[in-house]
Design a protein around this ligand. Sequence first.
Ligand code: AFD
Ligand code: MN
Ligand code: MN
Length: 411
Amino acid sequence: MDDRATQAYHLLEETLHARNVDVAAVRTALKQQEIETPSWGYADSGTRFGVFPQSGAAVTIAEKLADAAQVHKFTGIAPLVATHVLWDLPDDAAVESVPALAASLGVRIGSINPNVFQDREYWMGSFGNRNPAARRKAVDHCLRSVEIGKQLKSGVLTLWFADGTDYPGQSDFRERKRWFQDCLHEVYAAMPDGMTMLVEYKPFEPGLYHTDIADWGMSYVFCRNLGDRARVLVDLGHHLPGTNIEHIVAFLLDEQLLGGFHFNNRKYADDDVMVGSINPYEFFLIYNELVKEELNPRGNPKVEYMVDQGFNTKKKIPGMIQTVLMIQRTYAKALCVDRVRLAEAMGNHDVVAAEQCLLDAFNVDVEPLLRRVRAEMDVPEDPLAAFLSSCYQTGIERDRGIRTGAGGLGQ
Ligand code: AFD
Ligand code: MN
Ligand code: MN
């Protein structure tokens, strides 16, 4: 760190000490942060109106791991990579190639994502399909995903279902609920003790009239009925406008059922744009609840911090670095809340002072703190600038060019 950066850090340290913040503990927490980036974020995905393949986009799992490893190399806090079974691990050879490859790149496999939403048989659903053969196919694919998780030493099976209906009368809600429960039970029973099932919810898309796991409550009920290794996955883009997500997060934490996140942000729908890019204060308020649990643990098991984003108009690796830095910055801000003053203000019903505690933390320029932490972690103080000045992006564009295949949505 140069002298100006050092001076800025010490000024910030003074401010935080005056706000009852244990700066040494904050630096430790920031160094322990681990974020999972998705393999599909490095490949071409697109929208339902088309895919615009990018030069250098990853196609194979080897390329996706290599690109993810760059994000970890420059940020130091993104060692985990989510895999999507059909897009990344289509055969045993691909699965067998992963452990050595990941180890050589300094990354680890995070969650395993089955895909029960693209094959022809799933036209009318997977676990919610009236046809038992379709349900059988979906369960078998999830059972294979559990086996892959064992092989890759993944402790997390993340389940998202596109199941739903387009019109009233198309299907019976309660019949589908029972098919889901039975199928989930079979997959849950096959998981080894060290594996956790995260059940994701989404109120809309692709089902136009209903989706079978539409909100946190439905996921909660399924998880409760399964056992203590099933927990709720909160995808930030999966809420209707106006939903208070930080309240849902707090409620799930209190129930010890918060399994993890798919970080992204939305302006209109499930846009999968960069987390915090549209509503950074909401993201801060979510992290405020997570930090409260960290400082005063009440039993919620380990939370998985997973990114679920695609990049159509951004270049993918720099876009993912921006995302990881946004998550790091937001976590740092939440760690800067003066919780002594906040508790006093709450106790006195002093609403202005209470809100001001959060606003003060949100408005802290944490960059001097992050630069100090990065220097101590021996990663670049400006990870994005460092990556952009490296030759990696030009290298993959030269070597890979524009291709199609193995991206999200089966490109
Ligand atoms: C889509 C779904 C859901 C899922 C993700 C990866 O909406 O968020 O987690 O694809 O399969 O974004
Ligand atoms: Mn998701
Ligand atoms: Mn989504």
